[in-house]
Design a protein around this ligand. Structure first.
Ligand code: ADP
Ligand code: MG
Length: 261
């Protein structure tokens, strides 16, 4: 089964980090052991959108050979494992993307699903994640600049021996999403997994440093994230998983008895 996905787009601001955080959380809500990794080593923000303020050891230190991956795993919502990147430029300079393959091996041994939040652009740190995962999922916005950049990433991925698993349309606003979907599918030559609408709840959730699937589980974007998680993991779609209503006692019990990585 395919388990490691790189979430990429070429263009910045398409929603890679949002998709990584919410897909990861939706998989964790369904009890899948899931790990998300911030590969955006220059502009790290995955931990920030999940409200993880204190992350002294990050992927930077691991890739610089100064720390073990186990020390860089933090707990997000529903037991989601989060590997943040550092914010310092010094750490970025010391990070060696080639060490990533060892990190991937360690993490895939411990998780059912691994999602890598890729940086924008086509510099080395953006290209390496395209080759290390089983499949690359493209996040595209319904606009020409996003499509052109996604196409570049598709060609680049295939040129260097990676594999494209499909595309996710994010921030869809057109009235007839089917037309839009078909056009994008044709332009990219990649099958569309699903469409996530433009949704003000996503921004509200980001401001509250919580994934929208937790903050507004009934929103249209949350439904789309759960559909995508269900299609990746092969489980039936639940409208709102029971775990979303998890109370204090359950959270405490889970924290006390959770499996260590
Ligand atoms: P990237 O990681 O590709 O640079 P982000 O995930 O950081 O992009 O998203 C960029 C901005 O767009 C963020 O402010 C985020 O909250 C917002 N955003 C992402 N997806 C949606 C959506 N479906 N609806 C509304 N806002 C969104
Ligand atoms: Mg990002």
């Amino acid at each position: 089964m395919i388990r490691a996905y790189t979430i990429a787009s070429g263009k910045g601001g398409t929603g890679k980090t949002t998709v990584t955080a919410n897909l990861g959380t939706a998989l964790a809500q369904h009890g899948r052991e899931t790990c998300i990794v911030d590969m955006d080593m220059g502009m790290a923000n995955l931990a920030l959108v999940l409200g993880l303020a204190e992350t002294p050891v990050t992927l930077h230190e691991v890739l610089a050979g100064e720390a073990q991956i186990l020390d860089a795993i933090y707990e997000g919502p529903y037991g989601l494992k989060v590997v943040p990147s550092g914010l310092s430029l010094r750490g970025f300079q010391n990070a060696d993307p080639e060490r990533l393959k060892d990190v991937m091996r360690d993490l895939t041994d411990r998780c059912d699903f691994l999602l890598l939040d890729a940086p924008a652009g086509i510099s080395t740190d953006a290209v390496v994640p395209l080759t290390v995962a089983d499949e690359v999922l493209l996040v595209v916005n319904p606009e020409i600049s996003s499509l052109v950049d996604a196409l570049k990433i598709k060609i680049l991925t295939e040129t260097i021996g990676g594999s494209i698993g499909g595309a996710i349309i994010n921030r869809a606003i057109l009235e007839d999403p089917e037309v839009n979907r078909r056009k994008i599918e044709k332009t990219l030559g990649v099958s569309i997994i699903d469409t996530i609408p433009e949704d003000p709840n996503v921004r509200r959730a980001a401001a509250a440093r919580t994934p929208v699937v937790v903050k507004s589980p009934g929103s249209e974007s949350s439904k789309a994230f759960r559909r995508i998680a269900a299609s990746l993991a092969g489980f039936p779609i639940k409208e709102v998983p029971r775990e979303v209503q998890e109370g204090f006692v359950e959270r405490l019990a889970r924290a006390l008895f959770r499996r260590e990585p």
